[in-house]
Design a protein around this ligand. Structure first.
Ligand code: ZN
Length: 272
């Protein structure tokens, strides 16, 4: 015979309940007094894997990214970090690892010197070369580039990836803008994780060129896998649609940069 579980009052929200977790807010029934061990666990666990959410998110992103994103979008949320939180974790880890290794592509440096060239340079030449350099600098920047590109990809991916997927309630719907953004952000997290793995290799002299190829190819292969698994489409279809969506994103990025630069020029002229 099962013994009756005693009722507990939740220390977080005051709800009275039976069981291991408060059904109202999710807090553990067994909330212990804060001790130095807890302090250590709370600081370290997200980074070393004591936190199962980080382990789940990292492992599933690497091993079966599209299935993981699909699970997340379709409602398996508690076992994973949302992609924005995850992005903060991976970018912090990237910064720490690159700082420890003394790699020059440190995020701190990038924050300090985002050199985009001057407006005068654009006015003088207004050349495609200047624009390409500008767009490249934006895109290569770990901190802004990844996030910015994910944001800009939402519309192109929404245009090309219209495959409907079955929802938990049985409805068949394509991904909406927010779901596309979350998918892109999970891919950004994956890109950052690949960057972290490649960081120690950066220390080898002359490896930078090859590394950048490996990085680009890995990023492309992963986005193809993500949409293949997420939407249940074939390799060919996913590859083709991804190339189209990326091309449209690059076009959008160019248009946006030109609009911003021209606007900045006009404002400068008007101020004179
Ligand atoms: Zn509660």
């Amino acid at each position: 015979m099962k013994t009756e579980e005693k009722r507990t009052q939740c220390l977080n929200c005051g709800n009275t309940f039976k069981g291991q977790f408060c059904p109202h807010c999710g807090q553990k029934a067994n909330t212990k007094r804060l001790q130095s061990v807890e302090l250590f666990k709370n600081v370290v666990s997200p980074f070393v894997g004591g936190d199962s959410k980080v382990v789940n998110t990292c492992r599933d992103l690497f091993v079966r990214p599209g299935i993981m994103v699909r699970n997340y979008l379709m409602g398996k949320r508690a076992r994973y970090y949302n992609p924005l939180q995850m992005f903060v974790y991976v970018i912090t880890t990237y910064a720490i690892v690159s700082y420890v290794l003394g790699v020059s592509t440190s995020i701190f440096d990038e924050m300090a010197e985002l050199d985009l060239g001057s407006l005068d340079e654009f006015k003088d030449s207004a050349s495609i070369g200047f624009l390409i350099r500008y767009v490249n600098t934006l895109h290569d920047n770990k901190l802004y580039g990844t996030f910015f590109f994910a944001f800009l990809s939402v519309f192109p991916y929404h245009v090309f990836f219209r495959t409907k997927i079955q929802r938990p309630d049985g409805a068949m719907l394509p991904l909406n803008y927010t779901e596309q953004f979350y998918t892109q952000m999970f891919h950004s997290c994956l890109q950052m994780m690949i960057s972290i793995i490649l960081l120690p290799v950066c220390l080898i002299e002359g490896a930078e060129g090859i590394l950048s190829y490996i990085y680009q190819i890995a990023a492309l292969v992963y986005v193809v896998i993500i949409y293949k698994q997420l939407l249940g489409i074939g390799w060919m279809k996913s590859t083709l649609l991804n190339i189209l969506a990326i091309m449209l994103t690059v076009v959008l990025l160019f248009v946006l940069v030109v609009v911003v630069l021209v606007a900045a020029m006009l404002i400068e002229e008007a101020m004179k």
